[in-house]
Design a binder for this molecule. Structure first.
Ligand code: NAP
Length: 163
């Protein structure tokens, strides 16, 4: 299993509101695309439904307990166990792209976390990234940006789980 998490979080781990993202930064979208392109992405049903369309060049894996219909190129899993069993012997880097419930359920299985750490707060958030023990990870800052429009600073940070 080669699982990575990718998420954009506010100062208090804010992730989203009303089933949408809080911040939309151009260079963060670019980082997300460059990091995930060519890979498989596991996500919760709500995050899948919040996507404007299928994201090009990436395999979509969706967790749902429902009987909803999904596009035929999407692989559907009924449980975390079913997903883990399917990928347990795979070298493929699978990205957990959220949302809050899937980050929480898969955090213990992730060896890398790509976090966009945003230097802003959003008190109206209704979903949060789970707390994790930073002692278990080595932290590397990859980039620093300031969003042109909002002047909000953010950085891309890679947390690698210590062996
Ligand atoms: N900031 C970021 O980087 C980021 C990234 C992604 C998402 N988000 C935000 O996060 C929010 C969505 O997060 P969320 O936690 O509300 O929803 P979610 O994790 O995207 O989806 C939850 C759904 O996933 C399915 N699910 C969860 N655990 C499952 C399991 N063990 N087995 C089978 N199915 C399972 C269920 O679908 P059914 O109800 O169909 O059974 C559940 O209702 C939105 O605001 C979104 O914009 C933020």
């Amino acid at each position: 299993m080669n699982l990575s998490i990718i998420a954009a979080v506010g100062k208090n781990n804010e992730l989203g509101k009303n089933n949408d993202l809080i911040w939309h930064f151009k260079n963060d979208m670019k980082f997300f695309k460059e990091t995930t392109i060519g890979h498989h992405m596991i996500m919760g049903r709500k995050t899948f439904q919040s996507l404007p369309k299928l994201l090009e060049g990436r395999k979509h894996l969706v967790l749902t307990r429902s009987q909803l219909q999904f596009p035929e190129e999407v692989d559907v899993f009924k449980s975390v166990e079913e997903f883990l069993e399917t990928y347990k012997n795979s070298e493929e880097e699978v990205f957990d792209i959220g949302g809050a419930s899937i980050y929480k359920e898969l955090l213990d299985y992730a060896s890398k976390l790509y976090l966009t750490e945003i230097e802003a707060e959003f008190p109206d958030a209704d979903v949060y990234f789970p707390n994790f023990n930073k002692e278990d990870f080595d932290r590397e800052e990859l980039t620093h940006f300031q969003d042109e429009k909002t002047k909000i600073n953010y950085k891309h940070v890679l947390y690698k789980r210590r062996k």
